[in-house]
Design a protein around this ligand. Structure first.
Ligand code: ADE
Length: 245
């Protein structure tokens, strides 16, 4: 996959793209990142990328020309990349959206900073608008990093078995079960006996049940989305009853 990022602050991406799994993903050629300062595409003498809003008001607006030209320079020999605008008005990022983007060959992220975007950018070049949550950041860069991270880890060959994304919270529609490591007794705080039993079937059941419990307690909204097995439904009835008492 090719991931291009348009930003006025390319240096913000250096640490994130060149560390940990994202670094390894590039080394394995699962992904190729390019961060482009779209100021370089500004046609005016002072390399200005924004201007005052028509109709007046506070703040500046990112002009269409540098962003249109920067995107077009990247799409010349690309079939039909997804062009993702980072903004608080976009659709909220979900695991499902990351899975959808991970199927593409080419993604282009557009990050504004401080300013708004000229509406023609939204209407004529962008295919997706994404928000990472209902809060306002100083720019789209941090948000783009979040999306790039969550997409890249899903690409084939990026995660080893040990880090597999199959059991992630959200990929099953449920939150993950609790985890424990050694020691079995830490300052009198004990690991649940079942995990020390060596009975793998029993451990698996315990994990499934804890996963349902955790989702019920923390994110009951997720339970309405996916299909639940009859066993899961039974556990949920048990949790409901206990709550009622
Ligand atoms: N830019 C500013 N705030 C944002 C948010 N919450 N998500 C995506 N891009 C943004």
């Amino acid at each position: 996959m090719k991931i291009d990022i348009l930003s006025l602050f390319p240096e913000m991406f250096e640490g994130v793209l060149n560390s940990s799994i994202l670094k390894k993903a590039q080394e394995k050629s699962a992904v190729q990142f390019k961060v482009i300062d779209f100021r370089a595409f500004a046609e005016n003498k002072h390399k200005k990328v924004d201007d005052y809003p028509y109709g007046g008001g506070a703040g500046m607006v990112l002009a269409p020309q540098p962003i249109f030209d920067a995107v077009e320079s990247l799409t010349k020999d690309s079939a039909s990349p997804r062009i993702v605008l980072m903004c608080p008005q976009g659709e909220r990022l979900t695991q499902e959206k990351s899975e959808e983007l991970a199927k593409e060959d080419h993604l282009i992220f557009v990050c504004g900073h401080y300013e708004g975007y000229d509406e023609r950018i939204r209407q004529h070049i962008v295919t997706d608008e994404i928000s990472i949550g209902d809060y306002v950041l100083t720019g789209g860069e941090l948000a783009a990093m979040v999306v790039v991270d969550s997409v890249t880890r899903l690409l084939p060959g990026v995660l080893g078995n040990a880090e597999s994304s199959q059991q992630d919270s959200y990929s099953s529609g449920l939150l993950e079960h609790p985890h424990y490591t050694r020691p079995a007794d830490f300052r009198g705080l004990k690991v649940p006996d079942v995990l020390l039993s060596g009975d793998h079937a029993k451990i698996q059941k315990w994990r499934e049940k804890e996963s349902v419990r955790r989702t019920y307690e923390r994110r009951p909204d997720l339970l309405d989305k996916g299909d639940r097995t009859s066993e899961e439904k039974q556990w949920l009835r048990g949790l409901e009853e206990r709550k009622g008492k």
